[in-house]
Design a binder for this molecule. Structure first.
Ligand SMILES: C[S@@+](CC[C@H](N)C(=O)[O-])C[C@H]1O[C@@H](n2cnc3c(N)ncnc32)[C@H](O)[C@@H]1O
Length: 335
C-alpha cells in the first residue's frame, strides 16, 4: 500500500468526498482498485515499473508532452521540492477552467509545507489528513496567481549541472551535482573496457559519458534507465559522442534483452521515499544473468551495502578494487 495514494483516494470517499469526475488526468500515476470504477483516467508516469503496472491494469497512459485539458488533475509527487512545484504547474496547465487539482503527499515529504506553497497560487485549499499523509485540493475559480505558477513551471525546465555541460531536470537522480559514487567508479574504469557494454540505471548519463571518453574500445553502449526524463537528458548529454549508443526506457529488475561483454553500474537502493536494498540486489542478479562468459562487472556501492553475498550467490568472482570512507568499487568476473 502507498499511504499517499490511499489518502488521495480518500478525497473521493463515497460519504462526504469529492464527486468522481467524468475524466481525470493523473500525474505520477499509480494503480489503485478504486480507480478501476472511475469512467476515464489517463496517467502520466515517467518511472517505467509504475508505468507498466498502470498499463497492465488497463488504464490509458500518456507520455510527454502532455496534450489536452481535464476537469480534474490528480498529483502524486515524489520527494523533490522543485519537481513537486513544477508538477503543480503542469497540473494547472492541463486543467479545464473551473477544474480541480487534487494532490497527496506523505507528511515526511513536507506535505504541510507543500500545501502552504500550493495555497500561495490558488488561495483557498481544502485538505484532509490520514495515513500520516495529507491530501489537499482547490478549484480554479479564475483567481489563481499566474506569476507564482510561472515560477513553478520554470523549476521543471532542464538545468545545467554547475561547472559542466550536462543537462538534467528536477526529480531525476542527482539532478544538481555529479554523484560522488558514480564519479569514483568513473575514475576506476579500466581504459581497456571493450566490446558491447551496458550501463544499468544510467540516469542522465554521467557514467556512460565517462566510459565513452575513457574507453575507446567500447563498440556499443546500451543505457538502461527507468526514469524517462533522465533518459531524455542522457540522450542530450551523450549526443556529442560519435559511437553506437542505444537508449532503453526499461525496468532493469525484469532482466535485459541482450548479453554483454561488460556492465557498469551505480545501482539504486531507493524506491520512492524508502530505502530498498533488494532493488540493488535485483540489479546485480540482472547483471550476472546478462554477462557473457568472461564478462566483467564494474559497480560502485555504499560500503555498508551487502552486495558481495549476491555476487557469491551468482557465482561471480569478485574483488574490491578501490574504496573510500563512503564507497567501494567492486569488480566481478563471470567465469
Ligand atoms: C544511483 S543512480 C545512478 C545514476 C547514473 N548511473 C550516474 O551516472 O550517476 C541509479 C539510477 O537507477 C535508476 N533506476 C531505479 N530503479 C530502476 C529500475 N527498476 N530499472 C532501471 N533503472 C532504475 C534511477 O532512476 C537512477 O537514475
Amino acid at each position: 500500500m502507498n499511504p499517499a495514494l490511499e489518502t488521495l483516494m480518500l478525497a473521493f470517499a463515497a460519504e462526504d468526498g469529492l464527486a468522481v469526475p467524468a475524466r481525470a488526468l493523473f500525474l505520477g500515476a499509480q494503480t489503485h482498485p478504486t480507480l478501476l470504477d472511475w469512467p476515464q483516467v489517463t496517467g502520466w508516469q515517467p518511472f517505467r515499473p509504475y508505468a507498466d503496472a498502470w498499463e497492465a491494469a488497463g488504464f490509458a497512459r500518456t507520455d510527454e508532452p502532455l496534450d489536452g485539458i481535464w476537469p480534474v488533475v490528480l498529483v502524486l509527487p515524489n520527494k523533490s521540492r522543485d519537481e513537486t512545484l513544477s508538477w503543480f504547474a503542469l497540473a494547472r496547465d492541463r486543467l479545464e477552467p473551473g477544474g480541480r487539482i487534487v494532490c497527496a503527499m506523505p507528511n515526511t515529504a513536507g506535505a504541510g509545507r507543500f500545501e502552504q506553497e500550493f495555497a500561495k497560487a490558488v488561495g483557498r485549499v481544502t485538505s484532509l489528513q490520514k495515513n500520516k499523509c495529507r491530501a489537499f485540493h482547490a478549484v480554479d475559480d479564475g483567481s489563481w496567481d499566474e506569476r507564482v505558477i510561472d515560477a513553478w513551471r520554470a523549476l521543471g525546465n532542464w538545468r545545467e549541472i554547475p561547472g559542466s555541460r550536462f543537462m538534467t531536470q528536477a526529480g531525476v537522480f542527482s539532478c544538481d551535482h555529479i554523484d560522488p559514487g558514480s564519479h569514483l567508479l568513473a575514475m576506476h574504469l579500466p581504459a581497456n573496457l571493450r566490446g558491447i557494454v551496458a550501463d544499468l540505471g544510467a540516469g542522465w548519463g554521467y557514467l556512460a559519458d565517462a566510459a565513452l571518453r575513457g574507453c575507446p574500445k567500447i563498440d556499443r553502449l546500451d543505457l538502461y534507465e527507468a526514469d524517462a526524463r533522465a533518459l531524455a537528458c542522457a540522450r542530450h548529454n551523450l549526443a556529442g559522442h560519435a559511437r553506437s549508443i542505444h537508449y532503453h526506457w526499461h525496468d532493469v529488475t525484469t532482466g535485459l534483452p541482450g548479453t554483454y561483454d561488460a556492465i557498469i553500474m551505480n545501482p539504486p537502493f531507493h524506491t520512492g521515499q524508502a530505502s530498498d536494498v533488494d532493488l540493488g540486489r535485483a540489479f546485480l542478479l540482472t547483471a550476472a544473468g546478462a554477462l557473457r562468459r568472461g564478462g566483467k562487472l564494474f559497480l560502485v556501492a555504499n560500503r555498508q551495502l551487502p552486495y558481495e553475498a549476491v555476487l557469491d550467490a551468482a557465482s561471480l568472482a569478485w574483488r574490491i578494487t578501490a574504496e573510500n570512507p563512503t564507497y567501494k568499487i567492486l569488480f566481478a568476473n563471470k567465469r
